[in-house]
Design a protein around this ligand. Structure first.
Ligand code: NAD
Length: 338
């Protein structure tokens, strides 16, 4: 069994821990938190040994009646691999701790690409992470774009991709980001960071991205245009994309006309926390006009990077190849079964 530690047990970390626990070849050796909040309580209830991310704050856990297994250094020493899901910018500062213990680490999209050996998307560049000491699983938006643009580029060639990202204002628990009532070009000037981030996976892809923030917490939506190098029919493209397990086709007949209904569907389907690990690609929106491909896709910011983290664990340890790892991850989580 691969022994996995999760440092930073928030929105991403808690989801990765549960996905790891569901894998046939992995076990969670523990999770580390800074504060004894509701997530700490739930971690203990789930049976994850809980470690103090900041040892000086250990007393605060005792005051809340939460038992700790030790300081984060002890957790790192127990692990074959660390998933660092601390807030953006913190993960990089933890790299020396992981290096001291000789344990490979996965960072998240909020960290700089320069801090790691490779940025990662399972479908896009699995092999670049094999044997790496530090890997960054790219952000939720970059993950969603890589899953869509990778297969399109392989099948038809992409001359140029242009994407407008309508970004959620914050996650449901981030009350500090609201209440708001606005539509904010963010950043105002081209490019948003997403295009360059996708190029950490596909360096030769020509892509421009624009982004706006809107006052919702549910999901992001991408409005995608890609000029292809050939001229397939819309039906051909639909059939090709339908082969991708991590693209969920939202069919017209479902009556899912927005991200609210999509999130409700994920809840009704029994997904933990209402998570949609796949891209939600509206089938009716797939169109081709000459060489121009168009579509709308929804990205559940809290969860689409979760299967990618699981695959990155196998990649850094050389425990499976891309196809094997993605198949194992998807089967364990039920991806492709919606
Ligand atoms: P979060 O704030 O929900 O969770 C971070 C957790 O780390 C919190 O529990 C916090 O208390 C804890 N923490 C803070 N400082 C710490 C430290 N020094 N050591 C250990 N733990 C510490 O953040 P998140 O949304 O889960 O984001 C984590 C990373 O994932 C970031 O790089 C972010 O950019 C990336 N990411 C976030 C999203 C998203 O939409 N939430 C999507 C994809 C990627």
């Amino acid at each position: 069994m691969i022994r996995v530690a999760v440092n930073g047990y928030g929105t991403i970390g808690k989801r990765v821990a549960d996905a790891v626990a569901a894998q046939p070849d992995m076990a969670v050796v523990g999770v580390a938190k800074t504060r004894p909040n509701y997530e700490a309580r739930c971690a203990v209830d789930r049976g994850y040994p809980l470690y103090a991310a900041v040892p000086e704050r250990a007393d605060a856990f005792a005051e809340e009646g939460i038992d700790l297994a030790g300081p984060v250094e002890d957790l790192v020493a127990e692990a074959d691999v660390i998933v660092d899901a601390t807030p953006g910018g913190v993960g990089e500062t933890n790299l020396p701790l992981y290096a001291d213990h000789g344990v490979p680490a996965l960072l998240q999209g909020g960290e700089s690409a320069d801090a790691v050996d490779a940025s990662f998307n399972a479908r896009g560049n699995f092999d670049e992470a094999v044997g790496a000491d530090a890997v960054r699983v790219v952000s939720c938006n970059s993950t969603g774009l890589a899953r869509l643009l990778g297969p399109l580029d392989e099948a038809y060639g992409i001359e140029k991709a242009r994407v407008t990202l309508i970004r959620r204002g914050g996650d449901p628990s981030q009350h500090g980001r609201g209440p708001i009532n606005d539509i904010v070009p963010n950043p105002m000037a081209l490019p948003s960071h997403h295009g360059p981030d996708v190029q950490t996976i596909f360096p030769d892809l020509a892509i421009d991205t624009l982004a706006l923030k809107v006052p919702v917490t549910l999901m992001h939506v991408h409005s995608v245009n890609a000029t292809l190098e050939s001229e397939p029919s819309a039906e051909e493209v639909r059939d090709r994309l339908a082969e991708e397990n991590r693209l969920f086709f939202v069919e017209g007949g479902y009556g899912i006309e927005g991200t609210g209904a999509l999130k409700e569907f994920a809840l009704d389907a029994g997904r933990p926390r209402g998570d949609l690990w796949e891209n939600g690609l509206w089938a009716e929106s797939i169109g081709v006009n000459g060489r121009d491909f168009y579509c709308f896709q929804a990205i559940h910011q809290e969860s689409d990077v979760v299967p990618e983290n699981v695959d990155a664990i196998r990649a850094v340890l050389g425990a499976a190849d891309a196809a094997e790892s993605m198949a194992t991850t998807d089967a364990a989580l039920g991806i492709g079964e919606l």
